[in-house]
Design a protein around this ligand. Sequence first.
Ligand code: FAD
Length: 256
Amino acid sequence: MEWIRPDNPDYDETRKLFNAMIDRRPAVIARCSSPGEVAEALKHARNHNLEVAVRSGGHSVAGMSTNDGGLVIDVRPMKSISVDPEAKTVTAGGGLTWGEFDRATQQHGLAVTGGRASTTGVSGFTLGGGSGWLERAYGFACDNLISVDLVTASGDLVTASEHENPELFWALHGGGGNFGVATSFTFQLHDLGPSVTAGLMLFPGEAATEVTRAYRQVALDAPDQVGTALVYLTAPPEEFVPEDMVGKLAVGMAYL
Ligand SMILES: Cc1cc2nc3c(=O)[nH]c(=O)nc-3n(C[C@H](O)[C@H](O)[C@H](O)COP(=O)(O)OP(=O)(O)OC[C@H]3O[C@@H](n4cnc5c(N)ncnc54)[C@H](O)[C@@H]3O)c2cc1C
C-alpha cells in the first residue's frame, strides 16, 4: 500500500480529477493494490475519524471521488483483467479504464457496453449504470454484471451476484459508489465485429432544434445494432472541423 500525503512529490498529480475545476486537498491518498489494502485503508479512516472518498477513473464531474482533509481510497493500482473467451466473460480490476478494458476484450472480438470516452473508469461508470454505444443492443454496463467483489464499510470482503447477497447486487445496478469499495467486476461479454463503423456529423449550433428533431427520428428508426448519441459541444480545432466552426457551438450526431 502506498500512502500519499501532501509532502509527497506525487501528491498533486494523484489528487487531480478529470474536471480541473475540482481542486480538493485530501489529508491522505491510499493507493490500494488489493481488497486487503482497501480494508486496511478503511480501518485507518475509522481510527482517525477521516471522511472517505473512493476514486477510480476520476471522471466524476461533481468531484465525488475526492474530499478536503479526508482519506481517498485510490483503486487505480487494481488493473488485473482476465478474459474467458469460451464463456465470454471477463473479470476486471476496479482500477481499469474503459480503454484498458476494451483493449483486452477486443483481442477476442468481445465487448460489453462501456464508456464513450476511453479514460472513464470501469468502476464509477458501471456502479452508476453505464450508458454507452452498445446499450441499445446489450443494455447498460450494469445490466451485464455477473458479480462484483467489494469491501464493505466495516472492512468485510464480499461478493454480490444474483445468488450471493442479491439485494446488494441489485443496489449496485446504478446505486453509485455508496455500498462499499468495488475491487473487481465480472461481466458477460458479447461478440462484436468483425468490423465496426463509427462516425460523427457536425452541424452549426444555429441548426440545433432541427438537428435534434431529426436525430430523435433517426434514433427511433435505427436498428438496435446502431448506437447513437447527440452532443452539444464547442467545436475543437481538429482537421475534420471546418475553420469557421472552430470555437463555436456545434451539434454532433454520432453513431457506431
Ligand atoms: C469525459 C466524460 C465522458 C463520460 N462519458 C460517459 C458515457 O458515455 N456514459 C456514461 O454513462 N457516463 C459517462 N460519463 C460519466 C461517468 O461515467 C461518471 O462520472 C462515472 O461515475 C465516472 O467513473 P470514474 O471511475 O471515472 O470516476 P470517479 O470520479 O473515480 O468515481 C465516480 C464515482 O464512483 C465512485 N467510485 C469510483 N470507483 C469506485 C469503486 N471502486 N467502488 C465504489 N465506488 C467507486 C466514486 O466515489 C464517485 O462517487 C462521462 C464523464 C466524463 C467526464
